[in-house]
Write a protein that binds this ligand. Structure first.
Ligand SMILES: N[C@@H](CCC(=O)N[C@@H](CS)C(=O)NCC(=O)O)C(=O)O
Length: 209
């Protein structure tokens, strides 16, 4: 199996999950500009990483689907909803709720900030888009900051597929001028993750550590 990614993208989330799962996998590093190449569009018509290409040639795309595929394929790693032996519906709903929030609200708030050229042409308009995006990012990160008060991991005491995805947002926030200064709980979480051997491996493989 092969994970298609580019450096510091959201594909870092499944990359960490593969490390935590103890999976045997290869990496295929691409350039951001290659996501619209015909060969890549055959793997994911949406033209985005991550893509997890399986040994039979089929592909799993979309962050949430790839993360859930990893949790289900390596259940012993305990990364999925109810896989800690509790099996409860509350936990399943929490995982779905946060995956949706992450993918639909938080991830998309970063897009106009880092991909501003897709949203406006003039320098002035781009500056406005970026400023508004920064406000939305801060609002969405604030929701998770509050949730993380008194918690080590998104689900409390047990790590799950949510944590690598949250880690990506904390990395991206680190590229912004104010970094994580307004979010002490997320800052502590970022450090906790960086201290984890699997996270360190993934960052090293991506040339980020
Ligand atoms: N909805 C997609 C979003 C993935 C996404 O935004 N990927 C970015 C990297 S973080 C990407 O590949 N961007 C390339 C592009 O838009 O050209 C998912 O959940 O996988």
């Amino acid at each position: 199996m092969k994970l298609h990614y580019f450096q510091a993208s959201c594909a870092l989330a499944p990359h960490i999950a593969l490390e935590w799962a103890g999976a045997d996998y290869d990496l295929s590093e691409m350039k951001r500009s290659e996501t619209r190449a015909p060969e890549f569009l055959e793997k994911n018509p949406a033209g985005k990483v991550p893509v997890l290409e399986l040994d039979d040639g089929s592909c799993v795309s979309q962050v949430n689907a790839v993360l859930q595929y990893i949790a289900e394929t390596w259940p012993d790693a305990g990364l999925g909803p109810g896989s800690n032996g509790d099996g409860n519906t509350e936990n399943r709903h929490a995982v779905q709720r946060w995956l949706s929030h992450f993918n639909g609200d938080v991830h998309t708030s970063f897009t106009p900030y880092f991909m501003t050229h897709r949203f406006a042409d003039s320098d002035g308009a781009r500056a406005e888009v970026k400023a508004h995006a920064a406000e939305e990012i801060a609002f969405q990160l604030g929701v998770i900051e509050d949730h993380m008060a008194g918690r080590d991991w998104m689900l409390g005491e047990t790590r799950s597929i949510l944590d690598p995805y949250l880690f990506v947002f904390t990395v991206w926030a680190g590229f912004m001028p104010d970094r994580l200064n307004a979010f002490p709980n997320l800052k502590a979480f970022n450090k906790r993750m960086k201290d984890d051997p699997g996270v360190h491996n993934a960052l090293k493989m991506q040339g980020m550590a």
